[in-house]
Ligand binder design. Sequence first.
Ligand SMILES: Cc1cc2nc3c(=O)[nH]c(=O)nc-3n(C[C@H](O)[C@H](O)[C@H](O)COP(=O)(O)OP(=O)(O)OC[C@H]3O[C@@H](n4cnc5c(N)ncnc54)[C@H](O)[C@@H]3O)c2cc1C
Length: 484
Amino acid sequence: MSKKVYDVAIIGAGIVGTMTAFYLSKYNVNAVVLEAGIDIASGTTRANSAVIHAGYDAPEGSLKAKLNVKGAKMVGPIAKQLGVHYKKCGSLVLGYNKKDLNQLKILLVRGKKNGVRGLEILTQSQLRKMEPNVSRDAKYALYAPSAGIVCPYDLAYALGENSCTNGVDYIFEYKVDKIEKNQRNYLLYSNNRVVKAKYVVNAAGLYSDEIAEMLGDPLPFKIIPRRGEYLLLDKCEGKVVTHTLFVTPSEKGKGILVSPTVDGNVLVGPNANVVESKADTGVTVEGVREISEGARGIVPSINLNTVITTFAGVRSTPTSGDFYIQESKKFPRFVHAAGIESPGLASSPAIGEYIIKILDRAGLKMEEKEDYIPTRTKDGNCKLFMDMTESEKRNAVRKDPHYAKIVCRCEMVTEGDIINAIKRPIPAHTIDMVKRRTRAGMGRCQGGYCRAKVAEIIARELNIKISDVKKFTSNSNVIGGRTK
Ligand SMILES: Cc1cc2nc3c(=O)[nH]c(=O)nc-3n(C[C@H](O)[C@H](O)[C@H](O)COP(=O)(O)OP(=O)(O)OC[C@H]3O[C@@H](n4cnc5c(N)ncnc54)[C@H](O)[C@@H]3O)c2cc1C
């Protein structure tokens, strides 16, 4: 049994866990992130609407409202620091009738009380000037200029890489299955392994209730898994909308949206259906029908023949209706961050800060690091070829000719980008890990052209057999053997 005792162990490498690690890594604190999956963002953070909500949805005075409005302002500067794509594109909630207009007015008042700046209700002609393709049935809109979009998993990777560069350990495929406490420390088991820590943060998303039960401190509410399905449209449809367009919310939630993505695609969805299994990320025919109809109600001319992929994410909806972020009353130094449903992504910087303050109050010694590295990697080298300026591209090719070889033609990803992803602080060692870090395989052909080439590069760089290269999880080999 290892004698090492961490100051802090964070359970879960979603946006909450990685954001907490990001803030903790600014201090001389010995921290570890324990993640059940093979990679960062293995849960809800991987599949959501990617919207940095302005903050008019959550009830006044709720923790959600407070952290959403604060967090939304913090996302831009963090994204800039870490080189993550973020766009303050603004959002529009459409109203189709007088009843919707009344609801929009309620949101406007609530938003103002929550501290959201710049909110206004637009007339139909103002709306159509901003979004010419919007349905002619949409008569009003609540405009929130401070709303934005981000790539959620890239933000989580960036936070993970930066915290790892600053000394935080990451242990993957470590599903905490038992928790014990001795006089000084918490013992977090996974199979027969154990990690010891003085302080623990439960950031296990949908499974934060199970972690709380393992501790012997059940959450005072239930977590209901509610799945949201999506369609992702090709970049050729990318200009059909320029703002995130919502319909007026109902008791089921924010409803279906049509939104640009930071990478130039268009996202359509999600619906909201309770599912039996928290792991149910399947996409159904009925779901596709429901979101297609919803999208046509917002933008009638939207070309749904340009769908390049579908996916689903599962919300961790608390029956209490609010975020639950507090130190356990029964178990000191154990902090729960549970019920983090939407707008968990938008709120995440403020959630991370909030958790750090709880740890501070619980007695964690926090001394600022003098040698803190603000970038993702020590040398700051993580920019993709497609994001480089012409002179940066020339320099990259001069230094490393792998940058002159395009592997993914749809997204213009080079071999240099892929090798860099394989060698970064949290290395990409599967095809999907490379895909999410570089976008190789994310374009129109969805990897039909480049997947085999990516597998070859992984095998070569890691010195493993190509038949041992995995798609995503540890038992997802893609090549079984020779065909001829
Ligand atoms: C359909 C949908 C749309 C959404 N849209 C938006 C939006 O537009 N804007 C917004 O702000 N928010 C949105 N959200 C909410 C947002 O995605 C979540 O609030 C956020 O991702 C939650 O992050 P998390 O870190 O708490 O959970 P997760 O991302 O699920 O991370 C928890 C991690 O813990 C790990 N884990 C679980 N159990 C264990 C264990 N026993 N041991 C070790 N690790 C474990 C999991 O593998 C996972 O990686 C949406 C959510 C959904 C589902």
